[in-house]
Design a binder for this molecule. Structure first.
Ligand code: ADE
Length: 298
């Protein structure tokens, strides 16, 4: 496989990263770029078959991509993933929290189970990964964390569960950047637009044309690529971003400033203007007159 990166070869030589969801979509592009730049990468997700296939494809010799099954919602599995990485690869320089999931639904139709599943994966999973990597390695040795979130800045109708969870990760990113700075840990987030095309995402949405339809609403008049998110991730992980922490970088071609939301509001008259009428009591009337008389004002 031909790999490319704008960054210099060997930039991440000798480094070790964990990329959750690193076997498909944006996570796979991030893994490929890190490996191209000399990093060894542990890719972690729940599906062993997919992980093995992806690691085999990216690294047939088994020297730089290592597949580990882990459900990031489960504390014990996260602890094991992190301890195995330290034991087997000797260090953890970078953590990329990319693994996540959601399903389109209006809030009114969401079950508590569905809501909890999305919040636990996207928010709690990210918290667990950050805390364990910090506890087991970065608090002693420093490191860099990048949280991949989403364009949820105007709310996220039809995806409110993930909007709420990603917005919380945006805030968690800022808290961690401050709490862990003294230990040499930088923490940032990347918010890719929904305009980043990946076949994995297209399959998940069950609608191959969903991406095409967004193009007119994009300032770029084209979709973004997973490589463009990978490139931004490499930058934030690199010493080129050594003074950047607690930031969220939008990789969306400006779409979050311009694209229409996918939720269409039909014509309606269900939010009429507030009708307000007020009749003062006789006592209030008198008080009003007194306070506005020249004598009372003196
Ligand atoms: N990707 C999506 N859901 C995940 C989970 N629960 N654990 C790890 N990776 C995931």
């Amino acid at each position: 496989m031909k790999r490319m990166s704008i960054f210099r070869p060997g930039l991440f030589k000798g480094k070790v990263a964990i990329v959750t969801g690193g076997g498909s979509g944006i996570g796979k592009a991030i893994t490929e770029e890190l490996v191209t730049l000399g990093c060894r990468v542990v890719i972690a997700s729940r599906n062993e078959d997919k992980l093995k296939k992806a690691s085999q494809e990216m690294d047939p010799k088994g020297q730089s991509v290592f597949a580990k099954v882990c459900n990031i919602r489960k504390e014990d599995q996260v602890k094991t993933l992190v301890s195995q990485t330290v034991n087997e690869l000797g260090r953890i320089d970078y953590l990329v929290n990319n693994g996540g999931g959601q399903f389109p639904s209006p809030v009114a139709d969401m079950s508590l189970k569905g809501w909890n599943a999305v919040v636990e994966t996207n928010l709690t999973g990210t918290f667990l990964m950050c805390r364990e990597v910090y506890e087991q390695w970065m608090c002693e040795n420093g490191g860099v964390i990048v949280n991949i979130i989403a364009d949820m800045f105007r709310g996220f109708p039809m995806m409110a569960h993930t909007g709420a969870a990603r917005s919380a990760v945006d805030n968690l990113t800022k808290s961690l950047a401050v709490e862990w700075a003294e230990k040499g840990v930088r923490v940032n987030a990347i918010a890719p637009g929904g305009s980043i095309y990946s076949s994995t995402a297209a399959k998940n949405y069950g609608d191959v044309n969903i991406f095409e339809r967004t193009i007119p609403g994009l300032p770029t008049k084209r979709l973004g690529t997973t490589q463009e998110v990978a490139s931004a991730t490499s930058f934030l992980l690199s010493p080129g971003a050594s003074f950047i922490s607690g930031a969220t970088l939008r990789v969306d071609g400006g779409g979050s400033l311009y694209s229409p939301l996918i939720w269409q509001i039909p014509e309606h008259e269900n939010l009429p203007a507030y009708k307000w009428t007020y009749s003062p009591t006789p006592e209030e009337d008198t008080a009003e007159e007194e306070s506005s008389s020249p004598k009372a004002k003196m």
